[in-house]
Ligand binder design. Structure first.
Ligand code: SAM
Length: 239
């Protein structure tokens, strides 16, 4: 198993059990699928599924067979609790998308919501490509920077979030193309990067380290400090 990069932000998300912990929140998740032709024959992978809100929604709303995968054992436990509680046809597994334990060409659709910035993006995109069936679709809601930041700012963002990289839109596109993806599109977003108008879902752990209580505020401070620089894009593409 690939070790989890230390990230106070990810520790916070997992201990507080924040659902839809990505730009645009759950409202954007639901919108993304409206233009995809998902049905109950689909096998879908939610990469870095967190507490499993999207994976559960895909199974409940579309009747699809869903696999959710996450590297973090606390996230995995919370996602498993969710799908067991609602008796959904969702398999939740622990694993890393950099070196995924799943077989080739088995998914019709793969989604990653705010995951690829935390991992080695080229390696993970190769794995996603390998897992997709020919003609399968991949949608990523990923963090971008709108212009190059200086090294100390990049480092501050990297340290706080535990990112592997902060990429420009064009750098993401290059990685998608180099992996072999086709029909790469970027969809405009109307939601702000933080879930201002949505109340996130919480699934608290029994014990939460005191230092994690400040992380939400630190996150908002980072978003305010890097307003205009930190952003996100919805990418869609086909194998
Ligand atoms: C910002 S959270 C987003 C979680 C979820 N997609 C959501 O929108 O709520 C990033 C997630 O990526 C997971 N993650 C980080 N590195 C990973 C890896 N190498 N493989 C799989 N998941 C990973 C984290 O554990 C965390 O659950």
């Amino acid at each position: 198993m690939v070790p989890i990069t230390h990230s106070k932000y990810l520790d916070f998300l997992s201990k507080f059990g924040i659902g839809s912990a990505h730009p645009g929140g759950f409202d954007l998740t639901k919108e993304i699928f409206l233009t995809e032709k998902i049905n109950k024959t689909y096998h879908i992978l939610d990469v870095g599924c967190g507490t499993g809100q999207t994976a559960a929604y895909l199974a409940a709303q579309y009747g699809a067979k869903v696999t959710g995968m996450d590297i973090n054992p606390i996230m995995v436990e919370k996602a498993k609790n969710r799908v067991t509680k609602y008796q959904l046809p969702v398999e939740i597994i622990q694993g890393s998308i950099e070196n995924c334990p799943l077989e080739n060409n088995q998914f019709d659709f793969i989604i990653s919501e705010s995951v690829l910035a935390f991992v080695n993006a080229p390696k993970s995109l190769k794995e996603i490509y390998r897992l997709l069936k020919s003609g399968g679709r991949f949608i990523a809601n990923e963090l971008t920077i709108n212009y190059q930041l200086d090294t100390s700012n990049k480092e501050e963002i990297k340290q706080f979030y535990g990112f592997d990289s902060s990429l420009l839109e064009t750098e993401w596109i290059d990685f998608f193309e180099q992996t072999g993806f086709k029909n790469i599109e970027i969809h405009p977003q109307k939601y702000p990067i933080v879930q201002n108008n949505q109340i996130p879902e919480y699934q608290y752990s029994e014990y939460i380290e005191p230092e994690l209580f400040m992380v939400m505020i630190e996150h908002f401070n980072m978003i305010a400090k890097y307003e205009g620089a930190l952003d996100y894009r919805i990418f869609s593409c086909t194998k």
